[in-house]
Design a protein around this ligand. Structure first.
Ligand SMILES: [Zn+2]
Length: 630
């Protein structure tokens, strides 16, 4: 999973603990796991409503059914139960009574009468039209395309693991729509596709992308790998050929990094639309990645999302094949523990980023600009003082979806970005300890390689990570990671950047990536000068505690109306910061706060500050070696 912006307490409900016991107790007494059929009518996708019908084997008594709640890759109880309506159960033509569980809103108890051997369940899934839902529960349908996320469209009986349950899916698409998926097709008749039976685990792990404008781009054979791209227009699919050549190279470079593949075939399901939720979600044999409509054809947008597909692809090895033991649950009802996301997401971010450079998706300079932005953000992050990196992982189920205001004090999902720096540090230590003979590639071969074959899950613990690192290079890895995860700064962990022969500096010139981010967010980022982030209308999205704007009394939600007496615009603010370098006058901001106006004077003369990496000529350039294609 990843948020596109990259500036991305467990719910231990008593009933869940009881259910885990129930599952265990019934394992010996239960018969064969049921085979369920699910038919999804997506003919109304353009209205953003999906009609679901399930046939579920059942016995007289109480049938307990779950709607998927804790979803792999989403790291929280994000199953969009609010979007379900029209729920109805019948058996032998008779309408059945049901009741939602009092302690868990994703659980339904259905009364099955004598003589019934199956229950017919039906409901509608209402795909969100606003910005409320997140991940697979977010917007997923437009006039021209949709993504079918099976977790939003099924119920499943309790007492069996999702590996044990078998689902046969049938999908009806709007007339003329084409589709792509890693799910194997049994037959197709007109707009109705019948898939081969799969475990519920693999069904939910195999979304379907569909649309009027769908382009299939072959990337590799043996095993077959392809991009299935659906867009809101035909023009959005018309990218230059070298864009796809880089993704072909990605499949090659990833195989060289890991030494094996754990999928039968692989599909990049890529949505290009300004009207779907923007994120990426990993699967064993595909990824569901959604960006803006012009993200393939517009060079600036392409640069902004350059890390997305490599990140999700790496997850097939790191996250799906190798997965933290306490994040691997028997079904979607059981809470997940997120303490090892610094490996699951952090290492994925590092490997995805270096693969983006090795495959040519990003030029080396663009990779360095991205690392500079990460380093500068963490270097000016007051939240590090109270909240360590480990807590950003531990707290995800409760904390994801937090608002952007006060983000620098609250901290965000920093196990993505901070661990890019930490795993770079690990890579440099391996190279130093082995005198250049080994690198992170050797760790990946040991940890993620092995025998190529179909999807499987091999779980790991903290100790397994430390032990594998020690097999590659002898070092105090336990001490290293314990310190990195508990560290409170001050400042970013820059050891890896510095050991790789580069250093973080600030100057007056924003990088290409920096400008693209500001353009995309329609805002101004004066984070590293006066500690202010604003929209193009001057509304402040965040202030950085301890920096000049916050110290002067300015906070998120206020609106900058004028700068040095002139109406606010991004250009006016930038020019004022520049002029302040050769002036003793304070920077004067007229700010509106809940209908009242105040003038704030900031005694700041440091000019604009934008981060870059520059060479440290006193050390060898290890970073350029790391980024070289294998
Ligand atoms: Zn991820």
């Amino acid at each position: 999973m990843i948020f596109l912006s990259r500036r991305v307490v467990r719910w231990l409900i008593p009933v869940c603990a009881a259910m885990i016991c129930t599952v265990a107790a019934q394992t010996s007494a239960k018969g064969a796991a049921p085979s369920v059929t699910v038919t999804v009518d997506a003919n109304d996708a353009q209205r953003k409503i999906f009609h679901v019908h399930l046939t579920i084997p059942a016995a007289p008594g109480t049938l307990t059914l779950y709607y998927p709640k804790w979803l792999p890759g989403e790291h929280g109880p994000t199953g969009p139960i609010q979007e379900m309506a029209g729920l109805r159960f019948t058996a032998n033509g008779q309408i059945l009574k049901w009741r939602r569980d009092l302690l868990d809103g994703w659980t339904f108890h259905v009364e099955v009468p004598q003589g019934a051997s199956t229950v017919e369940a039906s409901f509608d899934y209402m795909s969100p039209t606003g910005r409320d839902g997140i991940y697979t529960g977010g917007q997923a349908a437009t006039d021209k395309m949709t993504v079918i996320s099976w977790n939003t469209l099924v119920l499943y009986p309790s007492s069996w693991s999702t590996d044990e349950l078998s689902y046969q899916a049938v999908l009806r698409l709007p007339e003329g729509w084409k589709f792509g998926t890693s799910l194997s097709v049994a037959s197709q008749s007109g707009n109705e596709i019948k898939f081969n039976p799969a475990s519920l685990t693999m069904l939910v792990d195999s979304p379907v992308i569909a649309g009027e404008f769908l382009r299939v781009v072959p990337l590799a054979e043996n095993p077959q790998q392809e991009m299935d791209i659906a867009a809101d227009s035909a023009a959005a699919l018309d990218a230059p050929a070298d864009v796809f050549d880089h993704y072909k190279s990605l499949t090659d470079q990833a195989f060289k990094l890991f030494g094996a593949r754990h999928f039968r075939d692989y599909h990049f399901l890529y949505s290009l639309s300004d009207h779907v939720a923007h994120f990426g979600l990993e699967h064993h044999e595909s990824n569901d990645s959604r960006t803006g409509e012009r993200a393939l054809v517009d060079p600036e947008l392409r640069l902004l999302v350059a890390g997305l597909l490599p990140h999700e692809y790496v997850h097939s090895w790191n996250g799906k094949y190798r997965r933290p033991a306490d994040l691997s649950t028997a079904d979607y009802e059981q809470p997940m523990q997120t303490d090892l996301l610094w490996v699951y997401e952090g290492l994925t971010s590092y490997l995805g980023d270096i693969l983006s450079a090795r495959s040519g998706i990003r030029a080396p300079e663009q990779f360095r600009d991205s690392v500079a932005l990460i380093a500068a953000h963490l270097d000016n992050l007051p939240g590090r003082a109270w909240r360590n990196l480990q807590d950003t992982a531990d707290g995800v189920p409760a904390m994801q979806g937090a608002p952007s205001e006060w983000g620098s004090w609250r901290r965000d999902l920093d196990y993505y970005d901070e661990d890019v720096l930490n795993w770079l540090w690990v890579d440099t230590i391996i190279r130093q300890q082995t005198k250049g003979k080994k690198s992170i590639d050797d760790f990946c071969h040991l940890f993620h390689g092995g025998q190529s074959g179909p999807p499987e899950v091999k779980t790991y613990t903290f100790d397994d990570v430390v032990n594998t690192l020690n097999q590659v290079a002898s070092y105090d890895w336990r001490g290293f990671w314990t310190e990195r995860l508990a560290n409170h700064g001050p400042g970013a962990p820059l050891g890896g950047i510095e050991a790789s022969g580069w250093k973080l500096v600030y100057d007056q010139n924003p990088s290409e990536l920096y400008k693209a981010q500001a353009h995309d967010h329609e805002g101004t980022d004066a984070a590293y000068s006066i500690g202010l982030l604003l929209g193009e209308d001057g509304v402040i999205s965040d202030t950085v505690e301890g920096m000049p704007a916050a110290q002067a009394g300015i906070g998120p939600g206020m609106k900058v109306v004028a700068v040095n007496g002139r109406h606010f615009s991004a250009a006016v603010l930038r020019e004022a910061l520049k002029a302040g370098m050769s002036s003793s006058q304070p920077l004067e901001l007229l700010v509106e706060n809940t209908d009242y106006y105040h003038t704030y004077k900031l005694d700041y003369h440091g000019g604009e500050k934008y981060p870059h990496l520059v060479r440290d000529e006193s050390k060898p350039d290890m970073l350029s070696d790391i980024l070289k294609p294998r």
